[in-house]
Design a protein around this ligand. Structure first.
Ligand code: TRP
Length: 340
């Protein structure tokens, strides 16, 4: 779907369940900031989707909608360039999810590897139908604005694959309404947590938040997990799989310094403390401009709300157009038409 300036469209989203962290940044946000210049970009705050595992804490979702928007603005997403959307303010997301569910075999969800891994983490009584169906709602999120490309973290790739399958099937069964979107994975598909576990996640308490102050960042970095086999600074150490070095690679622009640390670490010529101290500086240098923008937006919340409202208004227009084509293709007239 190209806009009136000929730019192709991207759509991507985040569930509003808390503040964003540096894993979100290198896995996704950094790409989005760049892409918004080339593409007609839709950034979705998926508050319906967040209900799947936060139905007991809806207030967190409501508060996080604004928090996510502040995080986005702070890293440089620009509401003049792109479209910020609150999912539940465009109820066509729910309508399209429901309609597409009739052409989606249950097995497609049952086989989805990301969904499988996530549902295995939940007790049976925590797994509601809405959660199980979230990849379906994500398909609708992507198809509603008829996106050409979806920039996401690696774990989301099966959902984009499913989107292509559903788009093809809809077009074949009814009418050629949808394009088949491509997937774009970020520079660092998976940043480990500060505790060395493979993924940064709030539930594990192993995150560095984009909103953390310098002292919090210092404490978190200085207590990071490193090479568990290394007891003394004179022991040869492991750089690969060591989260401190993975963060250096991701955030320290001084690659000569990082290479030198790696060399000395491998040969037992530098202590963990020195490597970490330099990471504290690099992390805080990276976060400083983000903090500055955050302070601005926290003092100008009206601009944050305006960005959301204006984007959502645009998204509703696009959504109404797509749903008209979908209903026509499926021979489902809206009740307002049939009562005329
Ligand atoms: N599931 C995504 C996540 O948790 C968020 C999301 C919702 C999304 N809708 C989307 C991502 C559409 C890409 C496209 O991060």
């Amino acid at each position: 779907m190209a806009d009136n300036t000929g730019r192709k469209r991207i759509l991507t989203g985040i569930r509003p369940t808390g503040q964003l962290h540096i894993g979100h940044y290198v896995g996704a946000l950094e790409n989005w900031v760049r892409l918004q210049q080339e593409y007609d970009a839709y950034f979705l705050i998926a508050d319906y989707q967040a209900l799947g595992d936060h139905i007991d804490d809806i207030q967190l979702i409501r508060d996080s909608v604004l928090q996510v928007a502040i995080d986005w603005l702070s890293v440089g997403l620009d509401p003049e360039e792109s479209t910020f959307v609150i999912q539940s303010y465009v109820p066509e997301h729910a309508e399209l999810t429901m309609l597409l569910s009739f052409i989606t075999p249950l097995g497609m969800l049952q086989r989805n590897p990301t969904l499988k891994a996530e549902t295995e983490q939940l007790r049976a009584d925590q797994l509601n139908v809405g959660f199980f169906n979230y990849p379906m709602s994500q398909v609708a999120d992507i198809l509603l604005p008829r996106a050409d490309l979806v920039p996401v973290g690696e774990d989301q790739a099966p959902h984009i694959e499913m989107t292509r399958e559903i788009a093809r099937k809809f077009n074949r069964l009814f009418a050629p309404v949808f394009s088949e979107p491509g997937t774009l994975i970020g520079r660092i598909p998976r940043l480990p947590g500060t505790d060395g576990s493979p993924k940064m996640s709030k539930s594990r308490g192993n995150t560095i938040l984009l909103g953390d102050d310098p002292e919090t960042v210092r404490k978190k970095v200085m207590s990071m997990f490193t090479d568990p086999t290394r007891l003394r600074a004179t022991d040869p150490g492991h750089v690969e799989g060591n989260p401190v070095f993975e963060y250096h690679d991701a955030f320290n622009p001084d690659t000569a310094e990082v290479d030198d640390f790696k060399e000395r670490y491998r040969t037992g010529n530098v202590g963990d403390v020195d490597v970490k101290k330099s990471l504290v500086i690099a992390m805080n240098n990276f976060l400083d401009p983000i903090r500055e923008k955050r302070a601005y937006y926290e003092a100008h919340m009206n601009e944050v709300e305006e960005a959301l409202m204006e984007g959502t208004r645009r998204a509703r227009v696009t959504a109404a157009e797509t749903m008209k084509s979908v209903r026509d293709a499926m021979k489902i007239s809206s009740y307002t038409d049939s009562w005329k």
